[in-house]
Design a protein around this ligand. Sequence first.
Ligand code: PBG
Length: 313
Amino acid sequence: MRALVRETQLDPGDLIYPLFICPGEGVRRPIASMPGVFNLSIDEAVKEAEEAASLGIGGLLLFGLPESKDEQGTGAWDDDGIVQRSLRALKQSGVAKKLVLIADVCLCEYTSHGHCGIVVEKGTGFDVDNDPTLALLAKTGASLARAGADIVAPSDMMDGRVAAIRAALDADGNTQTPILSYASKFASAFYGPFRDAADSAPQFGDRRTYQMDGANLREALREIELDLVEGADMLLMKPAMPYLDVVKAARDLTGVPIGAYQVSGEYSMLQAAFEKGWLDRNRAMLESLVSMRRAGADFIVTYFAKEAARLLA
Ligand code: PBG
C-alpha cells in the first residue's frame, strides 16, 4: 500500500554518475577521501561506463585530470584533451548509445593555480577576471561538443558564460547541444573531497568571489533567471542536501529540467558514517536521494549512482 500511494519515484535512469578521468592505461586509483570513487584512465572509464549502462543509469558527468597544467588552463579546450579523448572513446565503444554524456566545463582542473578563470593581481591580492575568462570557457564548451558531448555543463560561475558558450556552440553548427548550467552553485565546504579527486584545490585564496554565499536564496534565483535569459536549457543545483530549499524554489520558478548535485562532501560524510556503522547504508543513501527528487529535482548527480541503481533494480 505504501508503494501504491508513494508520491515520489526514484529510478536508476534519474541518476548521473561522475567520472574522473586521468592519463595512462589500466589506471584505477582510489581517492582517499571518497571511498569507492577512483581516478580512471580512459580504458577503465569505458569499462565503468559499460557497468553504469547495464545498471540503467541515465548518464555520465565527465571531469578530467590533464597531464599538465598552466596559467590559462589550455588543457580544457585542447581538442586532444583528456575529456575530449574520453568522449571519443566512449562514443566509439558504443556504450554512449545507452548513456547521456555530460561534459563539465570549467578551468579549475586545468589551471596551475586551481581557480576557475584567469587570475589577475589586484591591489595586494588577486582576482579572477570574469570577462576574459568567457572566451576560454566558450572554446572549452565548443571543443567538448565537437568531441561528442551530448550536453555541456558549465560549473565555473563566471557571469555571462552561458551566452558565450551558446554562441560558440552555434557557430560550430552544434545548435542542438543543450547547456546544463550550474546556475546555483554555492561556495561550499562540501566540495572538499572533489578537490582531491580532481586535483583542483585553489593554490591561494578561495572561490568566494565567484561562487555564491550559502546564506542567499534570492541571489540564487537571480542567477537562475540570468542563466535562463542567456539560453540555459537545464539547471544544476549544488550542493543538494544542505540546499533543498533552493532546489524547491527553483522548481517553483521555472519549468526547465532541474538537476541536483549530491556533491563529494555529502557523499563522503555518509560514507564515513556507514564505515563507522552509525547509519544504515542502504536506507540513508536512498533517503538522501529521494529527498532531492521530492524537492523537485528531475535528475541527480551522485557518486552513489551505481550502488543506488543496484538497490533500485
Ligand atoms: C569545478 C567543479 C567543482 C565541483 C564540480 N565542478 C569544484 C569546485 O567548484 O570547487 C564540485 C563537485 C563535488 O564536490 O562533488 N568547478
